[in-house]
Design a protein around this ligand. Structure first.
Ligand SMILES: [Zn+2]
Length: 243
Protein backbone atom coordinates (compact mmCIF):
# COMPACT_ATOMS: atom_id res chain seq x y z
CA UNK A 1 0.00 0.00 0.00
CA UNK A 2 1.26 3.49 -0.87
CA UNK A 3 2.13 5.45 2.28
CA UNK A 4 -0.45 8.12 1.41
CA UNK A 5 -3.18 5.54 0.89
CA UNK A 6 -2.19 3.93 4.17
CA UNK A 7 -2.63 7.33 5.85
CA UNK A 8 -6.03 7.71 4.17
CA UNK A 9 -7.01 4.27 5.48
CA UNK A 10 -5.97 5.27 9.01
CA UNK A 11 -7.96 8.48 8.68
CA UNK A 12 -11.07 6.69 7.54
CA UNK A 13 -10.87 4.21 10.43
CA UNK A 14 -10.33 7.06 12.89
CA UNK A 15 -13.22 9.10 11.50
CA UNK A 16 -15.54 6.10 11.46
CA UNK A 17 -14.72 5.62 15.15
CA UNK A 18 -15.37 9.32 15.81
CA UNK A 19 -18.70 9.11 13.99
CA UNK A 20 -19.77 6.04 16.01
CA UNK A 21 -18.79 7.76 19.23
CA UNK A 22 -20.60 11.00 18.35
CA UNK A 23 -23.75 9.06 17.49
CA UNK A 24 -23.59 7.16 20.76
CA UNK A 25 -22.96 10.28 22.87
CA UNK A 26 -25.84 12.06 21.13
CA UNK A 27 -28.26 9.26 21.96
CA UNK A 28 -27.20 8.98 25.63
CA UNK A 29 -29.34 11.92 26.86
CA UNK A 30 -32.38 10.46 25.05
CA UNK A 31 -31.85 7.07 26.68
CA UNK A 32 -31.52 8.71 30.10
CA UNK A 33 -34.63 10.83 29.48
CA UNK A 34 -36.61 7.68 28.63
CA UNK A 35 -35.35 6.01 31.78
CA UNK A 36 -36.24 9.04 33.92
CA UNK A 37 -39.75 8.96 32.42
CA UNK A 38 -40.20 5.28 33.21
CA UNK A 39 -39.12 5.82 36.85
CA UNK A 40 -41.58 8.73 37.10
CA UNK A 41 -44.35 6.55 35.69
CA UNK A 42 -43.64 3.90 38.32
CA UNK A 43 -43.74 6.59 41.02
CA UNK A 44 -47.13 7.77 39.72
CA UNK A 45 -48.44 4.20 39.79
CA UNK A 46 -47.25 3.80 43.39
CA UNK A 47 -48.74 7.17 44.39
CA UNK A 48 -52.06 6.29 42.81
CA UNK A 49 -52.30 2.97 44.65
CA UNK A 50 -51.53 4.83 47.89
CA UNK A 51 -54.35 7.27 47.09
CA UNK A 52 -56.72 4.35 46.56
CA UNK A 53 -55.79 2.96 49.99
CA UNK A 54 -56.42 6.37 51.57
CA UNK A 55 -59.81 6.67 49.83
CA UNK A 56 -60.74 3.16 50.92
CA UNK A 57 -59.80 4.03 54.49
CA UNK A 58 -61.82 7.30 54.42
CA UNK A 59 -64.92 5.56 53.11
CA UNK A 60 -64.68 2.85 55.78
CA UNK A 61 -64.38 5.39 58.60
CA UNK A 62 -67.33 7.32 57.21
CA UNK A 63 -69.46 4.14 57.13
CA UNK A 64 -68.42 3.20 60.65
CA UNK A 65 -69.51 6.65 61.83
CA UNK A 66 -72.85 6.26 60.04
CA UNK A 67 -73.42 2.85 61.67
CA UNK A 68 -72.77 4.30 65.16
CA UNK A 69 -75.29 7.11 64.55
CA UNK A 70 -77.93 4.74 63.20
CA UNK A 71 -77.44 2.32 66.10
CA UNK A 72 -78.00 5.17 68.59
CA UNK A 73 -81.12 6.12 66.70
CA UNK A 74 -82.24 2.48 66.64
CA UNK A 75 -81.95 2.18 70.43
CA UNK A 76 -84.06 5.35 70.77
CA UNK A 77 -86.69 4.05 68.29
CA UNK A 78 -86.98 0.74 70.16
CA UNK A 79 -87.81 2.65 73.35
CA UNK A 80 -90.28 4.89 71.49
CA UNK A 81 -92.12 1.95 69.94
CA UNK A 82 -92.70 0.46 73.42
CA UNK A 83 -94.28 3.74 74.52
CA UNK A 84 -96.34 4.24 71.36
CA UNK A 85 -99.87 5.53 71.99
CA UNK A 86 -101.61 3.91 69.04
CA UNK A 87 -101.29 1.49 66.14
CA UNK A 88 -100.47 4.30 63.73
CA UNK A 89 -97.44 5.37 65.81
CA UNK A 90 -96.27 1.75 66.07
CA UNK A 91 -96.39 1.42 62.29
CA UNK A 92 -94.48 4.70 61.84
CA UNK A 93 -91.73 3.72 64.34
CA UNK A 94 -91.51 0.21 62.91
CA UNK A 95 -91.00 1.72 59.47
CA UNK A 96 -88.11 3.82 60.78
CA UNK A 97 -86.60 0.85 62.60
CA UNK A 98 -86.70 -1.26 59.42
CA UNK A 99 -85.11 1.51 57.44
CA UNK A 100 -82.25 2.06 59.94
CA UNK A 101 -81.63 -1.70 60.20
CA UNK A 102 -81.46 -2.04 56.42
CA UNK A 103 -79.06 0.91 56.17
CA UNK A 104 -76.79 -0.57 58.85
CA UNK A 105 -76.77 -3.91 57.07
CA UNK A 106 -75.95 -2.20 53.75
CA UNK A 107 -73.09 -0.26 55.37
CA UNK A 108 -71.72 -3.44 56.97
CA UNK A 109 -71.71 -5.22 53.59
CA UNK A 110 -69.88 -2.32 52.00
CA UNK A 111 -67.31 -2.31 54.85
CA UNK A 112 -66.60 -6.01 54.22
CA UNK A 113 -66.16 -5.26 50.53
CA UNK A 114 -63.80 -2.38 51.32
CA UNK A 115 -61.76 -4.57 53.69
CA UNK A 116 -61.25 -7.12 50.93
CA UNK A 117 -60.25 -4.38 48.50
CA UNK A 118 -57.84 -2.95 51.08
CA UNK A 119 -56.03 -6.27 51.32
CA UNK A 120 -55.54 -6.43 47.54
CA UNK A 121 -54.51 -2.78 47.45
CA UNK A 122 -51.95 -3.31 50.21
CA UNK A 123 -50.28 -6.11 48.22
CA UNK A 124 -50.34 -4.04 45.02
CA UNK A 125 -48.94 -0.96 46.72
CA UNK A 126 -46.09 -2.98 48.17
CA UNK A 127 -45.30 -4.37 44.68
CA UNK A 128 -45.47 -0.89 43.13
CA UNK A 129 -43.20 0.50 45.80
CA UNK A 130 -40.65 -2.28 45.24
CA UNK A 131 -40.78 -1.86 41.44
CA UNK A 132 -40.20 1.90 41.79
CA UNK A 133 -37.32 1.43 44.25
CA UNK A 134 -35.62 -1.10 42.00
CA UNK A 135 -36.05 1.04 38.85
CA UNK A 136 -34.75 4.09 40.70
CA UNK A 137 -31.68 2.20 41.87
CA UNK A 138 -30.95 0.98 38.32
CA UNK A 139 -31.53 4.47 36.90
CA UNK A 140 -29.09 6.05 39.36
CA UNK A 141 -26.45 3.48 38.39
CA UNK A 142 -27.13 4.06 34.68
CA UNK A 143 -26.94 7.84 35.09
CA UNK A 144 -23.54 7.48 36.79
CA UNK A 145 -22.32 5.09 34.07
CA UNK A 146 -23.55 7.46 31.36
CA UNK A 147 -21.75 10.37 32.98
CA UNK A 148 -18.56 8.33 32.96
CA UNK A 149 -19.12 7.18 29.37
CA UNK A 150 -19.72 10.75 28.26
CA UNK A 151 -16.58 11.97 30.03
CA UNK A 152 -14.32 9.36 28.50
CA UNK A 153 -16.11 9.70 25.13
CA UNK A 154 -15.44 13.45 25.08
CA UNK A 155 -11.77 12.78 25.88
CA UNK A 156 -11.56 10.25 23.03
CA UNK A 157 -13.23 12.75 20.66
CA UNK A 158 -10.58 15.28 21.66
CA UNK A 159 -7.69 12.91 21.01
CA UNK A 160 -9.32 11.68 17.77
CA UNK A 161 -9.56 15.27 16.55
CA UNK A 162 -5.88 15.83 17.31
CA UNK A 163 -4.89 12.59 15.59
CA UNK A 164 -7.11 13.47 12.59
CA UNK A 165 -5.31 16.79 12.24
CA UNK A 166 -1.93 15.11 12.55
CA UNK A 167 -2.69 12.44 9.91
CA UNK A 168 -4.19 15.01 7.56
CA UNK A 169 -1.16 17.28 7.82
CA UNK A 170 1.04 14.33 6.80
CA UNK A 171 -0.71 14.15 3.42
CA UNK A 172 0.07 16.22 0.33
CA UNK A 173 -2.27 19.23 0.17
CA UNK A 174 -4.34 17.94 -2.74
CA UNK A 175 -4.90 14.62 -1.07
CA UNK A 176 -5.97 16.09 2.24
CA UNK A 177 -8.45 18.32 0.38
CA UNK A 178 -9.72 15.27 -1.49
CA UNK A 179 -10.10 13.35 1.76
CA UNK A 180 -12.07 16.13 3.46
CA UNK A 181 -14.30 16.45 0.39
CA UNK A 182 -15.01 12.69 0.34
CA UNK A 183 -15.54 12.66 4.09
CA UNK A 184 -18.23 15.31 3.74
CA UNK A 185 -19.92 13.15 1.11
CA UNK A 186 -19.51 9.84 2.97
CA UNK A 187 -20.07 10.78 6.62
CA UNK A 188 -19.10 7.48 8.19
CA UNK A 189 -18.44 5.02 5.35
CA UNK A 190 -15.18 4.06 3.69
CA UNK A 191 -13.10 6.53 1.67
CA UNK A 192 -10.58 4.01 0.42
CA UNK A 193 -12.15 1.15 -1.53
CA UNK A 194 -10.48 -2.10 -2.54
CA UNK A 195 -10.65 -3.28 -6.12
CA UNK A 196 -12.23 -6.71 -5.77
CA UNK A 197 -13.11 -8.91 -8.75
CA UNK A 198 -12.70 -5.95 -11.10
CA UNK A 199 -15.20 -3.81 -9.16
CA UNK A 200 -15.06 -0.99 -6.62
CA UNK A 201 -15.80 -2.70 -3.29
CA UNK A 202 -17.62 0.36 -1.93
CA UNK A 203 -20.10 1.12 -4.73
CA UNK A 204 -19.97 -2.35 -6.37
CA UNK A 205 -19.65 -0.87 -9.85
CA UNK A 206 -17.53 -2.89 -12.32
CA UNK A 207 -14.57 -0.82 -13.44
CA UNK A 208 -14.19 -0.22 -17.16
CA UNK A 209 -11.86 -2.85 -18.57
CA UNK A 210 -9.33 -0.30 -19.86
CA UNK A 211 -9.36 1.47 -16.47
CA UNK A 212 -8.93 -1.83 -14.65
CA UNK A 213 -6.01 -2.79 -16.88
CA UNK A 214 -4.40 0.57 -16.19
CA UNK A 215 -4.76 0.04 -12.43
CA UNK A 216 -3.36 -3.47 -12.70
CA UNK A 217 -0.38 -2.25 -14.67
CA UNK A 218 0.34 0.50 -12.14
CA UNK A 219 -0.30 -1.07 -8.73
CA UNK A 220 1.39 1.93 -7.07
CA UNK A 221 -0.68 4.47 -9.02
CA UNK A 222 -3.31 6.70 -7.50
CA UNK A 223 -6.81 6.20 -8.90
CA UNK A 224 -10.32 7.32 -8.00
CA UNK A 225 -13.43 5.25 -8.66
CA UNK A 226 -15.12 6.75 -11.70
CA UNK A 227 -18.53 6.06 -10.17
CA UNK A 228 -18.30 7.05 -6.47
CA UNK A 229 -15.07 9.05 -6.46
CA UNK A 230 -13.46 7.03 -3.66
CA UNK A 231 -9.74 6.31 -3.63
CA UNK A 232 -9.13 2.88 -5.12
CA UNK A 233 -6.71 0.47 -3.56
CA UNK A 234 -5.54 -2.39 -5.68
CA UNK A 235 -3.83 -5.36 -4.05
CA UNK A 236 -2.31 -7.71 -6.69
CA UNK A 237 -1.85 -10.57 -4.17
CA UNK A 238 -5.57 -10.56 -3.37
CA UNK A 239 -6.31 -10.86 -7.04
CA UNK A 240 -3.75 -13.67 -7.41
CA UNK A 241 -5.35 -15.60 -4.54
CA UNK A 242 -8.85 -15.08 -5.93
CA UNK A 243 -7.82 -15.84 -9.51
ZN1 LIG B 1 -16.84 3.21 -6.33
Amino acid sequence: MLPDISTLAQLQALDADTHRLQTRLAELPKLLQAERKSVEDLKKRWDSSQSLIAANDRERRQLEGDITLRQTKLTKLKKQIEQAANEQQVTAFQHEIDFATAEISKAEDRILELMEQAETLAVETKDHEAAHASALKTAIANFKAAEQENKSGQATLGSNAARHKELLSGLPGQMSTLYERLRKKYKSGPIVAEVVGGACEACQIDLRLAFLQKIESEPDGFFLCEECGRVLHYNPTVKAVEG
